[in-house]
Design a protein around this ligand. Sequence first.
Ligand SMILES: [Zn+2]
Ligand SMILES: [Zn+2]
Length: 287
Amino acid sequence: MPSTDIIGDWEKRTGVLATMHNKESVISPILKEGLGITITVPHDFNTDRFGTFTRDIKRAGNQLEAARKKAQAAMMLTGMDLGFSSEGSFGNHPTIPFVQSNLEIVVLIDIKNDLEIVGHFRNSNSQVRSQIVHTPEEAVDVACSWGFPKQGVILRQSETSSRHIYKEITTEDDLRTMSEKLLLKWSTKSVFIETDMRAHRCPKRMDGIKQATLDLIKNCKSICPKCTTPGFVITDVVKGLPCNGCGLATDLVKETVRCCKKCSYQETQPIENKNSAEPGECQWCNP
Ligand SMILES: [Zn+2]
Ligand SMILES: [Zn+2]
């Protein structure tokens, strides 16, 4: 099926989004607007079995594999052949030292056309925070400094305990009451409080998911020049942008490589708006 047909075909189809954390509120309108795809959400779909941020259930495979499994499970459950899911991860930024980051991906799987296309967004201001507190007031102060109640918090006995995790706290009063109860109950006389990173309790993640969905739309509209399949995206980069001081190759990216997963056609392009590196960015001039 030529690409124009695939994109035209999407406009007539309904896709299923694997979510139980209200991600449809940001993903669905963008898919409708950008690709004309109508989204449904399965009832009683438990995505927690694919892994949780509270570390009580380990994630199934890497980020992309986990996203794939969720989309496939939702398609299986509903009998649909167009599925979407999103998956977030947190960790050290891959290129900026000592900076935490949050990578959100949104995946489209089209079984009918045998296609998988992924959108990405990396946020370097990750919202992951945690602290040990000893009084209910301290719990409330810390939570509010993190943006509570919009940004959710979780209470547990310690960083590593996976029993007794309290997630559904929505008001300052609830937080105060619950902390008080746990401080009396637990022999440590302390509570481990951390940010709730589930999408519906983390506005920053919701925004990252929105940006990743927009990236997915852009990637879907990027067409292979040879076979016209959607999803002609950057799969690799070539480093070695020359320095305009010494002329040597730097570690900066000079070209991007786009590749079609269908026909394997590749295209290398120089990066936009930059044909040389500054001596300040050069590891030879500025070691
Ligand atoms: Zn192609
Ligand atoms: Zn140089």
